[in-house]
Design a protein around this ligand. Structure first.
Ligand code: TYD
Length: 130
């Protein structure tokens, strides 16, 4: 499943605040958070699938496009809202593109970093899902 989760935003005259809580507004137990920043012009990231990992992407600053390919259909999401999380809870090939220089892409996950969970070869991805 890939879907947008709207994160409750506490806004007042000072600005806005979003709280991230494991198993509350995030539908899994959080084990790892990482973020991408300092993006060089024109670079693309991702280009892999995960066997088991669940993730939520949040563009806390700037914007980027996430392209998905599940072997049958393709979809894309443009992230530019710190109050929107993109849940990825399926085995899907993803590519991160059009990353603005000021983009800070926060990624919340349900597991620690495990290289064995990555499928980094597109053909291997297609083989695994067929
Ligand atoms: P990489 O997988 O290339 O990032 P992307 O998903 O954008 O393609 O990761 C870059 C480097 O960071 C690589 O050496 C692995 C390391 N890394 C960690 O050590 N821990 C992590 O949680 C992640 C996501 C990456």
């Amino acid at each position: 499943m890939i879907k947008i989760i709207n994160l409750e935003t506490h806004s007042d005259e000072r600005g806005s605040l979003v709280a991230i809580e494991s198993l509350k507004n995030i539908p899994f137990e959080i084990k790892r958070i990482y973020y991408l920043f300092g993006n060089q012009p024109g670079i693309e990231r991702g280009k892999h699938a995960h066997k088991n990992l669940k993730q939520i992407y949040i563009a806390v600053s700037g914007s980027c496009k996430i392209e998905f390919d599940n072997g049958k259909t393709k979809s894309e999401y443009f992230l530019n809202n710190p109050a929107s999380g993109l849940l990825i809870d399926e085995v899907v090939w993803r590519e991160i593109k059009e990353i603005s220089p000021d983009c800070v892409l926060l990624v919340i996950t349900n597991d620690f970093y495990k290289e064995a969970d990555y499928i980094r070869d597109y053909q291997e991805f297609l083989n695994q899902i067929s």
